[in-house]
Structure formats: C-alpha cells, structure tokens
Ligand binder design. Sequence first.
Ligand SMILES: Cc1ncc(COP(=O)(O)O)c(C=O)c1O
Length: 449
Amino acid sequence: MSEPGRDTRLILSDVKVRELAALFGTPLYVLDEGHFRTRIRRYREAFRQAWPECEVTFASKANSTLAVLAIAYEEGCLIDAASEGELRAAIAAGVPTHRCHLHGNNKSFAELEFAFEVGVGQIVVDHFVEIEQIFELQQTYHRCPDLVLRLAPGVDPVTHEKIATGQADTKFGFNIANGAADRAVGVMLGLNLPLVGFHCHIGSQLLDSEAHYAAAEVVAEFAIGQWRRDRFMARVLNLGGGLGVRYLDTDEPPAVEDHCRRLVDGVVEGLGGFNLQPKLVQEPGRALIAESGVTLYRIGAIKTVPIGDGKSRTYLAVDGGLSDNARPALYDAKYSVRGIPADAREEGGEVPVFDDLAPVLDRFTVAGKHCETDTLFADVLLPHDLQVGDYLQVLCTGAYNSSMASNYNRFPRPATVLILEDGTPELVQRRDTWDEMFAREILPQRENR
Ligand SMILES: Cc1ncc(COP(=O)(O)O)c(C=O)c1O
C-alpha cells in the first residue's frame, strides 16, 4: 500500500527502541495501532472508490493476536479464519461470528461442526467431501452459513513458489481447467446448499497487480458461465489477498488505489458487459498489518570468520531467530534492518548516535540463536561500529511473524507490544512463561523418578 517513492513502513526512533527494549525485553514484536488503523481505512476506502459494493476481510493468519483482530473488526473488516483456532481467536477478540469466514483446504468435520455451532457468516468450500459434510451438517442444524466455492483459476503469479496458490497445480480449491469447479457448482445447487459465489486467492507478496487482474477476469467469466449454464447468479466474488509490501527499501508494491482499480478492471472485463453486480471481497493480511510492525533484537555476539579469497564475514548473533521469524528460512524472505546503539556503552558515557546522514556501513550477516545456520538477514548494511548490547530493528514484521512463531529449541515466543495512538506502549501478548512451556507435558511416572 505504498505510495510511489514514499516509505510507509513503521520505523521507531532510536529512543523508542531503547525504551521498549528496556521495558519489555527482546526479542520483541512491536505494532503501531494508529498505523494499522490508517492502513485498513485506506484499503477500505480505495476498494469502495473502485467498486461501491465491497468488503475487506482481514486474513487473520497474518497476525491473529487478539488486539489485532479486535482493531480489524472495529475498523469494519470481516475476519478470515483458516482454522478452528483462528476462529476461536476472533471470537475471543469479540468479533461476532457472523463477521467471520472459515477457510481451509482440509477442514476437519469437527471444525465444520464448530463453524455451524457458532454460526459463522461464511464457509469457503474447498473440495467435494466437504460439500457432503456441509450438507450433512445442514440437515442436522437446519441452517447453513453462506457458502462460496474456492476456485483454482489457473493463474500463476510471480512470487515465491511456496506462497503461489492460484495455478492449476495446487492443493487449494476446485480446478476450473479440469471441470471440477463446474461440477461442484452443479452438486451444490443440486443439494440446495446456500452457494452465494466464488473465491480465489492466487498468492502472496505480489508486487504488481497483473496476476490479480487475470484471476479477477477468470473468476468473473466463470461466474457468467454458471449463469449461462444453471442460471446461478453469483452474489459474491472474493478475490483473496496477496498485495505485497515493502520489505526491502527497493520494493515498490502498487498503491492500494491502483491495485483495487486493476482488480475491478479484471472483474469488469470478465463480466463482459453482463449485468451481474456481485459484491466484491478482498481478504488481505500482509498489506494491512506487515508494515505496522517491527521486531527488536539485542546483539549478543559478534564474530568475524574467513570465507576464502582473503575475505571475511561478520556475524551478528541476536537473541531470536527462526522461532520468531520463520520467513527467511521458509521463503528466503529479505528484510530491512536498522542498527541502534544501546543506552550507554561505557559507564557514564553519552548515548552514541549513528550518523544517519553519512553512516559508515559494513556488511553483516545477522544470525539467530537456533541450531541451524539460522541466518535471518544475510549481507545487510549496518553501522560499522555496532557492538554487543546494541539493538537491531527489523522493519515490516507485523505479518507472518508472531503468527508463525514456535518454541523450537524451547525458546519462549516473544511478547507483542502495541503502541497506542497517544504513544503509550501496551503489552498485548506477553512472552511465554516457563510454566506455559511445559504445561502440555506429561512425564511418565517410573519407579526411579
Ligand atoms: C485464502 C487466503 N486468503 C488471504 C490470504 C492473505 O494473503 P496476504 O497476507 O498475502 O494478503 C491468504 C494467505 O495465505 C490465503 O491463503
């Protein structure tokens, strides 16, 4: 949601970094409430300008911290849950269930039953057995959430292969190419299920809107095809999420206004003048929350090693890693990193300031604490005089960081602090406690223990 040439990412001042690190420790996720609210408002307004009947759903997989879900709901978003756990998180955050959508390529019967029980607003249907299960639940509950059919439109986006989902060769949804999607519509209409429309999500972190345009066209064309064949009138077309963000200073994602217009152009093209006026839905996650968050680390070790040809590499080892940010290991993801001097490196000394205008930079490799190589950020340029005890601020970590965190190597997951609109920091998710870390364990009793 950037503006050409303008960096919209949250960047904390050095003073703030030191203050938060002192108050809450590191590693620490920090989110800015005002920043997040502004992004949601801008996205919703951009979509409304492009197509008046529209909704924005927040993809909670990006960040399902309860405070985040509550803000997204307050700002008028629906909430997309990809599991019973995410649905329960939305409920715990106070989101009414009719404002929640349930996703998943292999929902268990229990998950579907829970969705019926609590009355979710919509289920995104992914395969034929699920249709049968929903039919069975409809017979039991005598009601059924609105249903949309997830389509695999056969559009291959330019992104990392692990977050590309729109191509024909995918586990998600019903293939249009092999006729599965047509058959699914027939089955659902035959069973009198409340099918309201179609869905697709082609991939994530897309830095131009052309694949979205193509998918929107395919989905709209498919909807017209269903009208022609079965007189089925789609009321909803959900075009998924996927708009990219600025991880690196050089990334230039499309402005959200341009993105929404392009998406709508695709729909209009696909409708081909046909008078179908569906509600359009998008379900962005990353584009709403990624740039509103940063992660703070403390440098604990610095090591320079030879790498051949007379060259060397300097590792900065930080107090987090793979368990709080899995994206570099999973997707080779890159980030922008800033170095911040610690309060007082020498007793009684002044707080050193890295000269922002003409800093002397060196290349460093930032490594985590885990037992793999756990390279977080390779070859990043940082002030040359960083020392043990200084901090790193990693930008654009609001999405797919805390929600993907694990306890690998038995590291407690970091806390999350929300900076309120008046600047006050508020703890919204505390660090795991040691008691919690072992709460699930059952040590088998033996005589010698
Ligand atoms: C079905 C679906 N919708 C929405 C999203 C959100 O994508 P993004 O965070 O890239 O906007 C995802 C991400 O994987 C998804 O699978």
